[in-house]
Design a protein around this ligand. Sequence first.
Ligand SMILES: C[S@@+](CC[C@H](N)C(=O)[O-])C[C@H]1O[C@@H](n2cnc3c(N)ncnc32)[C@H](O)[C@@H]1O
Length: 254
Amino acid sequence: MGEWAVLIEDNGKTHVIEIVDDVRKYKGLGVFNTATLLSDLSFGEEVLIGQKYLTLMPPRLPELISGMARRAQTISSKDAGVIIARLGIGEGDIVLEAGLGSGGLTLHLAKAIGSDGHLITAEARSEHAEIGLLNLERASSCFTGFPQHTHLEGMIEDVVPELEFDAVILDMPVHKPAIEKCAPKLKLGGRIACYAPTTSQLEACWNACEEAELTIEWAGELMEREWGKTAKGGMRPVNGPFGHTAFLLFAQRR
Ligand SMILES: C[S@@+](CC[C@H](N)C(=O)[O-])C[C@H]1O[C@@H](n2cnc3c(N)ncnc32)[C@H](O)[C@@H]1O
């Protein structure tokens, strides 16, 4: 077992735990020494902590996402997967992301870029950056390869570095100034993704990308509908909200 592991409750609640020889408080679990309690266990084994049985599992990306510290609203795997695929992000890319927020998307980006890539994040609010950077630090200990990471404090439009990017992702309430400053820094063929919770924001992104001479490739939303087994057999959509996350726009520098 490495420095980090996850403990999963029966209800799926996931706790990301550092294996350290020190008595610490773990929110929702209690006060204990993880090295003493867990070092002799193997992944897949159960442990009783207080009244709860928890399963010890390796800290893979989905577990790190489930158990991440949260403050700002995160981009979910549904949207992260398509952002990575449509921007063509992979090994060795130079990728700019703003705002970092809780780092939900950033964890996916770091995994996709790998150790040869460079991930640049920017965040306007230090209290959000604190959470995002904590999640990234954990991930850097858990992933086998982790990109070079540069974090910039401030509004991205004020701090864009002198680099050329393979991809830029902007998740923020006001995109236009960021698009104006980031679009010229895209490599030829590089792409930008804008994540916009409302239609007026989406339209503003479309207009700003066109003004920045980018070619719009796709705009819209992704809907996800979960299915489950019924008590009497067969499968059907599960009851629950069919919620909206945000609209996405992809554009390319040609
Ligand atoms: C919804 S959160 C980002 C969540 C992140 N994508 C995730 O998956 O966890 C939006 C963040 O953008 C930050 N922000 C807003 N405008 C910004 C700007 N112009 N430059 C950098 N960060 C900005 C906010 O402080 C906030 O933390």
